[in-house]
Design a binder for this molecule. Structure first.
Ligand code: FAD
Length: 500
């Protein structure tokens, strides 16, 4: 029996773990892979805090930019809470070893990201997420936190709206296991990988924790808001960070024309690129004027990614780009303590809808949210667990045999490609009633077809075919909700842009 069980070992899960442990709770962290491979490791641009190390800035300005980017539907109270905490978070991370880039006078360096009125994002070259994740993980190891790796979340047990435990799949043995807990924190990340083939995210981000919470009866919100990042590499969708535009990079078409304010919020820039592509133009990011020394010092990873995945060297060549799904604003609805509508079930990070991003997230605010609210979730859950008088539960086990017995008449990998294409085309940067209804029809058809989408590999040892099929089933469940949300929201707002 655990006081606090954390599902997910990205920045949100690890921050929660450290705080819960400090409170003396008996805790463990589960994840489907290994902590250092979490999506957080890919974050490049930076983490926001109004430190005013490089130019004038204030918490009020940070709040204003965040609210504006959110389409004015973010929660002022939660935004203020996060922005006020930001300078403390930066210091706390530094105190546990975060190696920030520095200014010449040895302050933490800061740079501008899109939609920000000041150079506010603290960074570590373009490895900011990786360094934060490793710093947090090192600290977790030092604190002796228990990690249960390669455990895949299947479902949550809830009785009379109270969390009782979690069922997971041991990926190595394919055994189904049940763990009792007084509280559970879901920290499994977002769902942009539903846009398979058109996303900066890895295959991890299929919103599994959101589906498990939904199946357990938790409330979700804002699922139709998916952020498209303007500068994915054209061939692969791999991200070229906003820090490249923040440092003065241009967006141009094949005629060499600039066509937008490069530092406007992401939804606006993505739509401007979309319009260019629709007219038959090609779009490029141009950072040649930075020079090799600047690129190698401040954004070395971007250069390497462009060379490896696009075959161009940004020191001398243009980088072909296209907007791709990047961040999901919707998720499990939580209150100001990060508790969901189910007692004892908490959610934090990209899987949660805490009110800070509204209809569109400001760059640099997610890393801030996962650490700030991650710590809050750990504290809230451990405090809450002290008040719980745990009544034993009937162990409900997920029926894995049902999946093994499903006939394999349709290859779900092909369907995953098809779903990704459909979502990008019809629930993408620009939507309309017709495109949404077409996507809905396809999703419902695929839902039916799940009855005959089984396993190609029926082995009982380390079966990745099994976890990928479960992820595909989750993707269908969430796609249904995204399209319904998009149909219900008739007017354009933030990342949700409707032509009619
Ligand atoms: C390329 C890229 C660059 C970015 N750059 C920035 C940036 O510069 N600044 C910024 O603020 N934000 C940035 N973001 C966004 C930010 O990185 C993420 O929103 C944030 O890291 C999410 O953290 P998380 O802890 O919520 O989830 P994640 O880091 O995604 O971690 C989720 C965890 O849950 C586990 N998990 C998932 N499913 C299951 C399951 N079924 N069973 C068990 N475990 C599971 C995973 O293994 C992982 O450990 C970027 C995102 C991307 C993709």
């Amino acid at each position: 029996m655990y006081d606090v069980l954390i599902i997910g070992a990205g920045g949100a899960g690890l921050s929660a773990a450290l705080e819960a442990k400090k409170e003396g709770a008996k805790i463990a962290v589960f994840c489907e892979g290994y902590p250092t491979r979490s999506q957080t490791s890919m974050a490049q641009g930076g983490i926001n805090a109004a430190l005013a190390n490089v130019e004038e800035d204030s918490i009020a300005q940070h709040v204003e930019d965040t609210l504006k980017a959110s389409g004015e539907i973010g929660s002022k109270k939660m935004i203020l809470k996060m922005c006020e905490d930001a300078p403390k978070i930066i210091k706390w991370l530094e105190s546990i070893g975060m190696p920030y880039s520095r200014t010449e006078d040895n302050k933490i360096a800061q740079r501008r990201l899109g939609g920000a009125s000041s150079q506010r994002a603290c960074y570590a070259q373009d490895f900011t997420g990786l360094k934060i994740l490793h710093t947090l993980y090192d600290q977790c190891l030092k604190e002796g936190i228990e990690f249960l790796n390669e455990k895949f979340l299947l479902d949550l047990s809830v009785e009379e709206n109270v969390i009782k435990g979690v069922t997971v799949l041991d990926i190595r043995s394919t055994e189904v296991e049940f763990y009792k807990a007084k509280t559970i924190i879901i920290a499994t990340g977002g769902y942009s990988a539903l846009y398979h083939g058109f996303t900066t995210n890895t295959n991890q981000s299929t919103g599994d924790g959101i589906t498990a919470a939904l199946n357990a009866g938790a409330k979700l919100s804002n699922m139709e808001f998916v952020q498209f990042h303007p500068t994915g590499l054209k061939k692969s969708g791999i991200l070229i960070s906003e820090s490249a535009r923040g440092a003065g990079g241009y967006l141009i078409n094949q005629k060499g024309e600039r066509f937008t304010d490069e530092l406007a919020p992401r939804d606006q820039v993505s739509r401007a690129i979309y319009a260019q592509l629709k007219e038959g133009n090609e779009v490029f990011l141009d950072i040649r004027h930075f020079g090799e020394a600047f690129i190698d010092e401040h954004i070395p990873q971007e250069r390497k990614l462009a060379i490896t995945y696009e075959g161009v060297d940004p020191v001398t060549e243009l980088i072909p780009i296209a907007p791709v799904a990047h961040y999901s604003m919707g998720g499990i609805s939580v209150n100001e303590n990060m508790m969901s509508s189910i007692d004892g079930l908490f959610a934090v990070g990209e899987c949660a809808q805490s009110g800070v991003h509204g209809a569109n997230r400001l760059g640099g605010n997610s890393l801030l949210e996962i650490v700030s609210f991650g710590r809050l979730a750990g504290l809230s859950a451990s405090k809450y667990s002290q008040s719980v008088d745990y009544q034993d539960t009937e162990v409900s086990m997920y029926d894995i045999e049902e999946i093994y017995n499903t006939p394999n008449e349709i290859n779900f990998y092909e369907k995953r490609e098809e779903l990704g294409k459909e979502l990008y085309k019809n629930i993408g940067i620009v939507r309309d009633e017709k495109s949404l209804l077409s996507a809905q029809a396809l999703i419902l058809k695929m839902e039916k077809e799940l009855e005959v989408m089984g396993l190609g590999d029926r082995s009982r040892v380390y079966n990745t075919n099994l976890t990928e099929l479960i992820k595909f089933r989750n993707s269908i469940a969430l796609s249904k909700i995204i399209v319904q949300g998009a149909l219900d929201r008739k007017v354009s707002l933030g990342a949700h842009y409707r032509e009619n």
